[in-house]
Design a protein around this ligand. Structure first.
Ligand code: PLP
Length: 393
């Protein structure tokens, strides 16, 4: 029997398999399960984008292969968005690459830079794709712990100097999944200066850039001085426009990095349906977009406030996150992240994500996704209270 490749065998086991099994069991018992696990928006794509898609999908000229480098109109719309939103000027010809969702570019960037034995610096806890892309390219992911006492920023001084010499890529993600931390301009500048000093390319995952609260302006790492020399930023239409299923994102920034990614991709995929790219142009340029994004932020802020209040009532000492639609909180003493998530599911029918699923340093935490309405979120806490689940003082 032909054996699978090592890279497939090295993929981590599915940590949520046990939780999934329990969810199925609860559903079959008739439990009204409340799913706060996966970060998939519950709201539909806005009507003005559906209308645009319907119009573009009907045009025969959109039914053929798209250009490998993406539609110039889409690249130009991304560049204009960066100019108006972030004051960053991008050359749409060479500094923008459309992606089949940001995950695709994040997974493939390592193949463009990493040789066997090279190291990538990867935050922990984190979206698992940074480490998996590194491994697929034959590299080693070196964890940079994100600790609460450091505001969930990595400590660059703590990175082993021998590993640093072998390092190629530095992954960052703010607003951060799963911790909800947002970056300051000072932190982004520190990261850019560090990357220059140590000859690294920063891969900044900006999937949640538009989801910030409390006056926090959405920031791009490309706003930092000299950033384009060392940074490529990955953006997504998934979360700001409730378009997770459409698969549309982009990579912007360093010309060389964007060029390598385009070259790599042109050999393994054949681009994004033109009608979807035109819909992306509409998302960036429609007059209704700023109001839509404001309402999206208001919705998640409202949900965040409900959950933070409920958790505080149960004894958790928690700062409301300033970005993303996640709440990251410690499990009560005596629990692992998985045992706590199982207990909550069994006692209350509420699905959470165990922090361990995001890395070793995620142990001791759980994540709540704010992907159901305020009323339903409130309902999730009633059975928790009845079951006596709390954070002891
Ligand atoms: C931190 C982070 N980055 C990237 C993505 C991928 O988003 P997409 O591929 O839909 O653009 C996600 C999705 O959940 C995410 O949480």
């Amino acid at each position: 029997m032909t054996q699978p490749a090592e890279r497939i065998n090295k993929l981590p086991g599915y940590l949520f398999a046990e939780v999934d099994r329990k969810v199925r069991e609860a559903v079959s018992r008739g439990v009204d399960v409340i799913r706060l696990g996966i970060g998939d928006p519950d709201q539909p794509t806005p009507d003005f984008l559906i209308a645009k898609m319907q119009e573009e999908a009907a045009k025969p000229r959109n039914h053929s292969y798209p250009p490998d480098d993406g539609l110039p109109q889409f690249r130009e719309a991304v560049a204009r968005y960066y100019e108006t939103r972030h004051g960053v000027s991008l050359d749409p010809e060479e500094e923008v690459a459309p992606l089949l969702g940001s995950k695709e570019g994040i997974a493939h960037i390592s193949a463009c830079y990493v040789n066997p034995g090279d190291v990538n610096l990867v935050p922990d806890p984190a979206y698992p794709v940074y480490g998996i892309g590194t491994m697929f390219a034959g590299g080693r992911a070196l964890a940079m712990p994100l600790k609460e006492e450091r505001g969930f920023y990595p400590d660059f001084d703590a990175i082993d100097r021998a590993d640093l010499k072998k390092a190629k890529l530095l992954f960052l993600n703010y607003p951060n999944n799963p911790t909800g931390a947002v970056a300051t301009p000072e932190f982004f500048q520190e990261a850019v200066d560090f990357a220059k000093e140590h000859d690294l390319i920063i891969c900044h995952d900006a999937a949640y850039t538009e989801v910030t609260f409390d006056g926090g302006r959405p920031l791009s790492i490309l706003e930092a001085a000299g950033a384009k020399e060392v940074c490529v930023e990955f953006g997504s239409l998934s979360k700001p426009f409730n378009m997770t299923g459409w698969r549309l994102g982009y990579a912007v920034g360093n010309r060389k990095a964007v060029g390598l990614l385009r070259r790599y991709k042109s050999n393994i995929d054949s681009g994004i349906f033109k009608a979807i790219q035109y819909t992306g142009v509409e998302a960036f340029t429609h007059e209704g977009t700023p109001a839509f994004l404001d309402s999206l932020r208001a919705m998640y802020r409202g949900r965040r406030d409900v959950v933070v209040k409920e958790l505080k009532d149960l004894g958790w000492d928690l700062q409301p996150p300033r970005g993303t639609f996640y709440i990251w909180a410690p499990v009560p003493p005596g629990h692992t992240s998985e045992s706590f998530v199982s207990r909550v599911l069994e006692a209350a029918g509420v699905v959470l994500t165990p922090g361990r699923g995001f890395g070793l340093y995620g142990e001791g935490y759980f994540r709540i996704a704010l992907t159901v309405g305020e009323e339903r979120l409130g309902e999730a806490f009633r059975p928790l209270k009845e079951a006596g689940i709390a954070y002891p003082s």
